[in-house]
Design a protein around this ligand. Structure first.
Ligand code: TPP
Ligand code: MG
Length: 930
């Protein structure tokens, strides 16, 4: 027997050593040249001989034990309000020992099969199948917790999870800890009761039914400080959010009460449009077990789950700042932990969750594993679970990335604390995502004014008859003599009295400012009555050096021969000449100079390393080794900023949310997101609407994110032609009847020269305020010889021009002015030259929003003899900037303006080549024929 076993061990070792290993050159990698990524060392894991021997010699028992790990959760009664039928015998047949031919009294040796505490009179070690069955049922099919992890491919993780889940019973809380948790639950309930009493008509999305959530945070904070974490970043939806903030964090209840009386959550002198109470955020230093930890809750949007990638981005930004993970030399998550709470319906229903999970382990998006808690009240608005998803559990998406799930009964706060500790330890051990599915209930309707019995009468029969979670827990502690009823009442009454005092203070309470603090200190709001100009030029010798370095590589690096010619040599030539500087070079000069000045820059999006149009090549790939290299990270001198090339997954919504979070966290880094084509930015519309264009006025949270949207009609049909400038213009708060200041909510530019692009990028960080910047980016201009710049365009004293006037005409000859924006200018200029027209000036609006009224006026003032003003665009009439420009031109400039462009259409561009050509010809001809 023993010899056979040794032989099979040898075979196993041989098998392991001869299995094909992943070829390192096929995976994303670079030990040196890729800032923000470092491949994790491979872990080696072996099962001990003793364990293997025990398992192999009792193979059927081991199969049976494994079946409990796989199927035990189906039998577990972790649902405090279940109305579902119990699973059938056929579903559970693999839990039956007879399924494996095992007899009730057959002896078992549990070494290596199951992790159980040492034998004790109350918990004797099982000696036979019958005793083991009882134990397996107790562990895997209990009433408090169950787990799913059998789908995880990695043996070490599965073994770890089994080991620690089986020992979960050992997570015993002290009497003091239990009292602390009880106090939090009591306060959470008191908060909701107080709100119901004083504000009976308010939709507050209380935490009633899910109060056990407090035990999650209680345990999380303790584990986090013990692991020496310095930050927790949390995304959390509406439900129970104010209860958490009031009962556990230091949000002043007076702030909520003030808001509910009709005032703002900001002090009276702050002009903000504000938000609802369930979106309030807190960022504060908490003191736990003698240590402190920064607890940062990201702003919430009503769009469920949309805040999740924002939290991930914020986490990564903090990690970058603290040299966490690959930004230093360790695993991600050494200092900062990302935590996300979800609703059950929203987690299963919203596609952004798939995108976020898909980002979890991708280089440049990893944050070292997120700890997820699904607050599973088993209903979403009126929709019960089985109507809200196709899967058995609300958490099943977690399986897509093989994340373990621990299901917990929401009636058992202590079980939740234990599950939290287990999830936390898993995250620390493997730096991977892990889920807790908190099975609880919702005491009222979707909001407290709804009647849930209209739609879910049976469920609510149970809910309405049952005791609350805090009362149940307090009663059990009273019974055990841990917390007396009197003390529980005292805690409740004391908190209610405090809330009463806060309510009386609310009318005069002025919430302290919570913006432009910490890393945002020194920045301010943009001016409301002027457009500011920022000298973003630099000495050309520095730019020349940066440009050279952007294509420099070691002699041993095997550059692609085509790139050597068209990218490297061509760039060097242009730099040397100081002329014909193209779009990609200008971008490099902007990025490189910011790095040189000590700012970190991150460019994110699909295929950004090469660039959709194969123009960027900010990341080079060695043709022999597949090794990636980012030349701009080898600048010498300077202040050492680093470029992160975050080649993203094929997602718009989650990735843009991630970048918004990075930019929200640190205003001194330039964060750029590029859509593959501008058309696809609509996949991120939720993030654009709920965060990018509205975040500042809702939350007083500025953001300097740059969004690059390749745009332009070049015959590529409906979905490769238009970034929908009209939509962005409709989202901005530029004024139709008065002058814009820099304080518009978003700056939208359509630059026509590489130097303009360079200046507008650098301007993002040069200013003393931050605004999201949408760049309508070119495609054909990337290689258009006339759309180039010279070294003078970059020199000190130069800056971004909101308007580019016409320097080619004699002003007194001009009878007609065409105003346009973007690459269309070059088509018009070419047509004018072809027709040898001398009486027509073409003015370019480089900035659309803010609308540069004064500069436009200054340009127009040169032309005293003009009768005709035309807005010319290549987009259709119901698209492009026409409907934005027209009222501003007519109201602010005081002249009529005529339209030339494509006629109205339901989709941006034709798919018929000949039609495109005809339209393109007509569009450039029309202004000259009017
Ligand atoms: C994207 C989006 N769609 C719809 C809604 C409207 N809505 C608000 S809460 C809710 C139900 C959410 O259910 P669940 O995720 O289970 O959270 P719960 O409210 O039960 O805590 C819905 C549909 C929304 N806020 N966001
Ligand atoms: Mg729900």
């Amino acid at each position: 027997m023993q010899r056979q076993f040794v032989q099979s061990k040898r075979k196993l070792a041989h098998f392991l050593s001869t299995r094909p290993r992943p070829c390192p050159h096929r995976s994303y990698h670079s030990e040196e040249g890729v800032w923000g990524f470092r491949p994790a060392a491979k872990r080696v894991y072996t099962v001990t001989d003793e364990v293997l021997e025990s398992r192999n010699s009792q193979a059927n028992v081991y199969r049976w034990v494994q079946a409990f790990r796989q199927h035990g959760h189906k039998l577990a009664a972790v649902n405090p309000i279940s109305i579902k039928a119990a699973p059938s015998q056929s579903e559970l047949q693999e839990l039956n020992p007879a399924f494996y031919g095992l007899q009730t009294h057959e002896p078992v040796r549990i070494t290596g099969l199951l992790n159980v505490p040492a034998s004790s009179p109350t918990h004797p070690i099982p000696q036979n199948v019958e005793q083991l069955e009882a134990l397996l049922h107790g562990i895997y099919c209990g009433k408090a917790v169950s787990a799913e992890f059998s789908y995880i491919e990695n043996l070490e993780e599965r073994e770890w999870l089994a080991l620690h889940f089986e020992a979960l019973g050992e997570h015993q809380l002290s009497a003091e800890a239990r009292c602390e948790i009880a106090e939090l639950l009591i306060k959470s309930q008191a908060w909701d009761n107080f709100m119901a009493l004083k504000f009976p008509t308010v939709k507050r999305y209380g935490g009633e039914g899910a109060e056990a959530m407090m035990a999650f945070f209680w345990q999380l904070l303790r584990d986090s400080v013990q692991a020496d974490l310095s930050h927790i970043v949390l995304a959390m939806p509406h439900r129970g959010r104010t209860a958490l903030q009031a009962a556990m964090l230091s949000m002043r209840p007076a702030k909520v009460f003030r808001k509910l009386s009709g005032a703002s959550e900001f002090a009276d002198d702050i002009e903000a449009m504000s938000d609802v109470i369930s979106h309030f955020h807190t960022s504060e230093q908490l003191h736990v077990l003698g240590k402190s930890i920064q607890f940062s809750m990201v702003r919430n949007s009503s769009h469920l789950e949309a805040a999740n990638p924002v939290a991930m981005g914020k986490t990564r930004s903090k990690q970058q700042h603290l040299k966490d993970g690959a930004f230093g030399n360790q695993l991600f998550g050494q200092h900062v932990l990302n935590v996300i709470l979800h609703g059950d319906a929203a987690f299963a229903g919203q596609g952004i969750n798939q995108e976020c999970l898909n980002m979890a382990y991708v280089p440049h998006f990893e944050v070292g594993g997120t700890l997820h808690l699904i607050v599973n009240n088993q209903v979403g608005f009126t929709t019960p679970g089985e109507r809200g998803r196709s899967t058995a559990y609300a958490s099943d998406l977690a399986k897509a990335i093989q994340a373990p799930v621990i299901h917990v009964n929401g009636d058992d706060p202590e079980a939740l604390a234990g599950a939290t500790n287990l999830a936390f330890r898993y995250q620390r051990e493997f730096r991977k995502d892990v889920f807790i599915d908190l099975n609880c209930f919702r005491r009222w309707g979707h909001n407290e004014l709804d009647d849930p019995t209209f739609t879910n009468p049976l469920l609510y029969k149970i809910v309405n008859q049952r005791t609350s979670v805090p009362d149940l827990y307090a009663a059990s502690l009273a019974e055990e003599g841990v917390l007396s009823k009197e003390r529980a009442k005292e805690l409740h009454d004391g908190y209610m009295a405090y809330l009463g005092e806060e309510l009386s203070l609310a009318p005069t309470y002025q919430p302290p400012p919570s913006f432009f603090e910490q890393q945002w200190a020194g920045l301010q709001l943009a001016p409301d009555n002027e457009l500011t100009y920022w000298d973003t030029g630099l000495d050309y010798s520095l730019l020349h050096y940066i440009g050279q370095q952007s294509v420099a590589f070691a002699p041993s690096f095997n550059i692609h021969p085509h790139l050597l010619k068209t990218h490297v040599t061509a760039r060097l030539k242009k730099l040397e000449a100081g002329s014909k500087i193209d779009w990609s070079t200008a971008e490099t000069l902007a990025i490189g100079s910011l790095l040189y000045q000590g700012h970190n820059v991150r460019i994110s999006g699909e295929d950004v390393g090469r660039g959709t149009f194969s123009h960027r090549h900010v990341m080079l790939v060695d043709q022999k080794t597949n090794e990636m290299f980012i030349p701009l990270n080898s600048l010498e001198g300077g202040l050492g900023g680093r470029l992160e090339v975050a080649h993203s997954i094929l997602s718009e919504e989650a990735v843009l949310g991630f970048e918004y979070g990075m930019a929200a966290d640190n205003p001194h880094n330039l964060i750029i997101w590029e859509a593959q084509f501008g058309d696809f930015a609509n996949g991120a519309q939720i993030i654009i609407d709920a965060f990018v264009v509205s975040g500042e006025t809702k939350w007083m949270e500025s953001n300097g994110l740059v969004i690059l949207l390749p745009h332009g009609y070049d015959g590529a049909a409906s979905e490769h032609s238009s970034c929908r400038i009209e939509r962005f213009l409709q989202l901005c708060d530029s004024k139709e009847t008065a002058r814009d200041g820099d304080n518009v909510n978003v700056h939208i530019v359509n630059p026509t020269t590489p130097a303009q692009y360079y200046h507008v990028l650098r301007r993002q960080l040069a200013r003393n305020f931050r605004k999201p910047l949408v760049v309508v980016a070119p495609k054909t201009l990337l290689r258009l010889p006339v759309a180039t710049s010279t070294h003078e365009d970059f020199q000190p004293g130069t800056f971004f021009h909101n308007v580019l006037g016409d320097t080619t005409v004699q002003p007194e000859q001009v009878r007609k002015v065409i105003i346009c924006s973007g690459k269309h200018y070059y088509n018009l200029a070419e047509e004018r030259a072809k027709r040898e027209v001398l009486d027509t000036a073409i003015i370019r609006l480089e900035s659309l929003c803010p609308f540069p009224q004064q500069e436009l006026q200054a340009q127009l003032a040169q032309y005293a003899n003009v009768q005709t003003f035309i807005w010319s665009q290549e987009e259709h009439r119901n698209m492009g900037a026409w409907s934005f420009v027209r009222p501003r031109f007519e109201n602010l400039i005081g002249k009529q303006i005529q339209y030339c462009g494509r006629a109205e259409a339901p989709t941006p561009a034709t798919g018929i080549g000949k039609v495109h050509k005809r339209e393109a010809d007509e569009v450039v001809a029309a202004p000259f024929e009017l």
